[in-house]
Design a binder for this molecule. Structure first.
Ligand SMILES: Nc1ncnc2c1ncn2[C@@H]1O[C@H](COP(=O)(O)OP(=O)(O)OP(=O)(O)O)[C@@H](O)[C@H]1O
Ligand SMILES: [Mg+2]
Length: 288
């Protein structure tokens, strides 16, 4: 597996701030990996994402120490066009990203900037609008779309560039459950169909826990816990400390363990929980 992102001893301090927002963070993400970045508000998740994109320090001024590699590129010193070939970001608030007057243009515009031939642009726009479920809305103004559709459009315009890496900074936090489902289904589809490397900042874990390769938990500018979901949730996670809730079934399991029930493992999905609980019930039935 090739390395998609490699960060060594990264320190980031915003201008006029005394404290560093990212403090000696090291991280490696392999090509094709799906990684969730979690942690309490203010722990440095967005700062990390913006630094991987080179937006810090190019646009947002900050002191940056340490090294960042995105494939063979150094985003801290590369041009935005170069960086965009490898990695793109979808922000929490899609309005920030929508800049044109029609759904078609929104997707076509960055491709025109890349100098792609017109036929290829048409083909890609059609393809990604289908993927995100916006076919037929080509002439609509982005402003007239629903929140979920706007988010889908922001993702489509990023997807059309066929980046090797997509960073999603809380892509569903503005959305209702239906919009959230559309966007999360879309992310899972990306992963499956395009084998895109995905780094997603998320507070909600349920939709991703069965698909994600690795969870990184940040606190105070550092990674404090890391591993596959099974490992991360094997020890009790307290939402008030971690800044996110573990899967509900894991929370139930923590409670059972605290009240003296021996569980073979902490489940992270409903199916897993059902199997464990069934096992316990069968054992009890057999021994009575
Ligand atoms: N433009 C900025 N100028 C100065 N300080 C900033 C700036 N942006 C963020 N910070 C500070 O840097 C720290 C990390 O912020 P960051 O936005 O990276 O956190 P986060 O983990 O993304 O939080 P959230 O979950 O609320 O989005 C915080 O203390 C924040 O106040
Ligand atoms: Mg943030």
């Amino acid at each position: 597996m090739a390395t998609a992102i490699k960060i060594e001893d990264l320190w980031v301090r915003y201008r006029e701030e005394e404290d560093y927002a990212v403090k000696g963070l090291s991280l490696e993400i392999g090509e094709g990996e799906f990684v969730l970045l979690m942690g309490p508000s203010g722990c440095g998740k967005t700062t990390l994402c913006l630094t991987i994109m080179g937006i810090i320090p190019r646009v947002i001024k900050a002191e940056v120490k340490g090294s960042v590699r995105v494939f063979d590129l150094d985003p801290l010193n590369a041009s935005p066009t170069e960086i965009a070939k490898y990695v793109t970001i979808v922000f929490q608030n899609p309005e920030m990203q929508l800049v044109t007057t029609s759904v078609y243009e929104e997707v076509a515009f960055p491709l025109e900037n890349f100098g792609l031939p017109r036929d290829e642009i048409k083909r890609r726009v059609k393809e990604v609008l289908e993927v995100v479920g916006l076919s037929g809305l080509e002439d609509r103004s982005p402003a007239s779309l629903s929140g979920g559709q706007k988010q889908a459009l922001a993702i489509a315009s990023v997807l059309a560039l066929r980046p090797k890496i997509i960073i999603l900074d809380e892509p569903t936090s503005q959305l209702d459950p239906q919009g959230t489902k559309r966007v999360t289904d879309l992310i899972l589809k990306l992963r499956k169909e395009f084998e895109t490397t995905i780094l997603a900042v998320e507070h909600r874990i349920e939709w991703a826990v069965e698909y994600v390769d690795r969870i990184l938990v940040m606190s105070g500018g550092k990674i404090v816990l890391e591993g596959d979901p099974k490992t991360v949730f094997s020890k009790e996670i307290k939402p008030e400390e971690a800044g996110f809730r573990p899967p509900q079934v894991s929370e139930i399991a923590y409670k059972l363990v605290r009240s003296g029930v021996a569980l073979p493992t902490i489940p992270i999905s409903l199916n897993e929980a059902l199997n464990i609980f069934r096992g316990i019930l069968d054992e009890r039935a057999a021994s009575s």
